[in-house]
Design a protein around this ligand. Structure first.
Ligand SMILES: NC(=O)c1ccc[n+]([C@@H]2O[C@H](COP(=O)([O-])OP(=O)(O)OC[C@H]3O[C@@H](n4cnc5c(N)ncnc54)[C@H](O)[C@@H]3O)[C@@H](O)[C@H]2O)c1
Length: 457
C-alpha cells in the first residue's frame, strides 16, 4: 500500500491535462471523443478510459465497483485500512490513501466517486471541483444549506467542463418519468400540493459515550474530519456494508437523518416532476428538538412559486410516522414506506419508486382534461445511472442529477431542518440564500468545522 505523508496541495492552474481531451466533440454530435493523439474514437475505445479515484472503498462503494470496472481506477482512499484493502482486491493497481486531501493531489485523476460519511461530502465534492475533477457524490449532497449552495455554485461555474452526479440512482427507474408525464399532462388537473414521506424510525438519545479504542486500522480522527470531535464508540461502525450509514447519519455533526438519507431519494420522485427551484417559505413541526440527534418525527412544508406550466404549490416532507392524510379511507398510505402523493383539482396520484395509482376525485373527474401523450413523446429510459455519469464525463457532460438539480433539492430539504430548529415559519430569499425574518434561522444555515478544515481547499 502507498501511504500518503505529504502535505495537502492547494489547487493550481494546472496545464492542459489528460482529461481535457476526454471530452465529446459536441460539434460531431456523436458522443465520440477527440483524443490527444488527434484520432477520433468511439466512447468505449480503450484509450478513452477515465482515471478514477474512489474515496470510500467499502459499503456503498461496492455498488460502484462494477460500473467503473471498465475504466481505470487509479486511486483508492479510505480511513479504514481494512476497507482500503477490500477496494484494493478489486483494483490492485490503484494507489491507496487514508486522507482524501492527499488522494486528490494525485496528478493523473480525471474523476472521483465519493462514498464517505455525509459530513465529508461537500468538502470532498468542492475540493474535487476545485481541481477540475468530474464528481460522482453519494447522497445527500451536503449537510448544511451553506454547503449545498457553495457546491452548487462551484458546479455552475464549471458546468461547461465537468460532469457531476449525486447518487440518487433510483432516478433511473422508469416510474419517475411516468409520474412526471401524468402530472405534467394534467392527469390530476391543476397541481396544488405534493406530499412526500418516509417511515423509517431510528431513535437515539444522543452522541454515543466514549468506549474503547479505535482499531489500529481505523484513522478515527480522519473519520471525524471537519466535524466537531466526538469520542470513539464502536456503535458508529456497527452495521454491515451499505447499511453502516444508519449507525451515524442521525447525529447532527455526521448527517441529516432521514431528511437527507431516504429524503434525498423520495423527494427526487417529486422533484423530477415539479420543476421547482428554492422555496420562499418553510414551516416545520415535529418532536422536541434534540441538539445531538436529528428528529425522528417531523413534517416540513415548503411554499414554491408558480412556474411556466403550473401555479404555486405546497410541497411537504413527512418522516418517522408523520403522514399526509389519505384522500380516501380505503387507501392506506402507511402501506407505502417511502412514497409521494400529488394533489390536483381533479384528483390524486400516489406513487412509490416503482408504481403509481391515479385516483380521480369528484363528479367532473372524467379525464377529458388529461392530454395523454403519444408513444413517440414518452420520455425515453435514462439507462444505467452510474454509466450516465461516466459517459457524461467523456461526452456531453449532461447528467440527470447534477449538482444544480440535486443542490436545490437538498437545499430545500435542509431548510426544513432550519425551520424545525428555529421553531417558526421562515421566509427565504433563495437568490441571496438568506432567511429574511429570523437572525436565529440564518445562523442555522451553516455548521461549525474544526480548525484546519476548510470547505474551499
Ligand atoms: N445511493 C444509495 O442508495 C445509498 C445507499 C447506501 C449509502 N449511501 C450513501 O453512501 C455513503 C456511505 O454510506 P455507507 O453505509 O457505505 O457508510 P460507511 O460508514 O460504511 O462508510 C463507507 C466507507 O467510507 C469510509 N469513510 C468514511 N469516512 C471517510 C473519509 N473521511 N475518507 C475516506 N473514507 C471514509 C468508511 O471507512 C467506509 O469504508 C453515505 O453518504 C450514504 O448516504 C447511498
Amino acid at each position: 500500500m502507498t501511504r500518503d505523508n505529504t502535505s495537502p496541495r492547494k489547487p493550481t492552474n494546472t496545464p492542459v491535462r489528460r482529461r481535457t481531451f476526454l471530452k465529446a466533440s459536441a460539434a460531431l454530435g456523436t458522443g465520440w471523443l477527440v483524443l490527444p493523439s488527434g484520432f477520433v474514437n468511439g466512447q468505449d475505445a480503450p484509450s478513452n478510459k477515465l482515471n478514477i479515484g474512489m474515496i470510500g472503498t467499502w459499503g456503498r462503494a461496492d455498488a460502484h465497483f462494477d460500473s467503473v470496472a471498465s475504466e481505470n481506477v487509479v486511486a483508492l482512499c479510505d480511513v479504514n485500512e481494512d476497507h482500503l484493502a477490500h477496494g484494493a482486491e478489486k483494483f490492485p493497481k490503484a494507489k491507496t490513501y487514508v486522507d482524501w486531501r492527499k488522494c486528490l493531489e494525485q496528478k493523473d485523476l480525471d474523476a472521483v466517486i465519493c462514498c464517505t460519511t455525509d459530513h465529508t461530502h461537500a468538502f470532498i465534492g468542492n475540493w474535487a471541483l476545485n481541481r477540475d475533477l468530474h464528481v460522482y457524490l453519494e447522497k445527500p449532497m451536503a449537510n448544511s444549506v451553506e454547503e449545498a449552495r457553495i457546491l452548487r455554485a462551484k458546479y455552475l461555474q464549471k458546468k461547461g467542463k465537468l460532469a457531476t452526479q449525486v447518487g440518487t440512482q433510483r432516478h433511473a427507474k422508469p416510474n419517475f418519468e411516468r409520474v412526471k408525464e401524468l402530472i405534467q399532462d394534467g392527469a390530476v388537473g391543476e397541481l396544488s400540493d405534493v406530499y412526500v414521506w418516509g417511515d423509517r424510525q431510528i431513535p437515539k438519545p444522543g452522541y454515543l459515550p466514549a468506549e474503547g479504542e479505535p482499531p489500529k486500522t481505523l484513522h478515527y480522527d480522519l473519520w471525524i474530519g471537519p466535524s466537531p470531535f466526538h469520542p470513539y464508540n464502536p456503535g458508529y461502525f456497527a452495521l454491515g456494508p451499505g447499511m453502516n450509514c444508519l449507525s451515524w447519519n442521525m447525529y447532527w455533526d455526521f448527517g441529516s437523518g432521514q431528511l437527507g438519507d431516504m429524503g434525498s431519494h423520495t423527494m427526487d420522485l417529486a422533484w423530477n416532476t415539479i420543476d421547482a427551484g428554492l422555496p420562499t417559505a418553510i414551516e416545520s413541526t415535529g418532536e422536541e428538538y434534540n441538539p445531538e440527534v436529528t428528529p425522528v418525527r417531523m413534517t416540513a412544508t415548503f411554499d414554491h412559486p408558480a412556474n411556466d406550466w403550473r401555479g404555486a404549490i405546497k410541497v411537504s416532507w413527512h418522516q418517522g410516522g408523520d403522514m399526509p392524510r389519505s384522500p380516501r379511507p380505503y387507501i392506506d398510505l402507511n402501506k407505502i414506506g417511502h412514497g409521494a402523493m400529488f394533489k390536483g383539482s381533479k384528483g390524486f396520484l400516489i406513487a412509490d419508486f416503482d408504481t403509481r395509482v391515479l385516483v380521480p376525485v369528484g363528479d367532473t373527474a372524467d379525464l377529458t382534461y388529461y392530454n395523454r401523450r403519444s408513444a413517440e413523446k414518452v420520455i425515453p429510459p435514462l439507462g444505467h445511472f452510474q454509466k450516465e455519469w461516466t459517459n457524461a464525463c467523456k461526452g456531453e457532460l449532461k447528467t440527470s442529477c447534477d449538482m444544480d438539480y440535486s443542490g436545490t433539492l437538498i437545499e430545500q430539504m435542509l431548510l426544513g431542518h432550519v425551520a424545525y430548529r428555529a421553531g417558526k415559519k421562515i421566509q427565504y430569499d433563495g437568490a441571496a440564500g438568506r432567511v429574511t425574518n429570523s437572525d436565529e434561522a440564518n445562523a442555522l444555515l451553516s455548521r461549525k468545522y474544526r480548525d484546519a478544515w476548510t470547505l474551499d481547499g
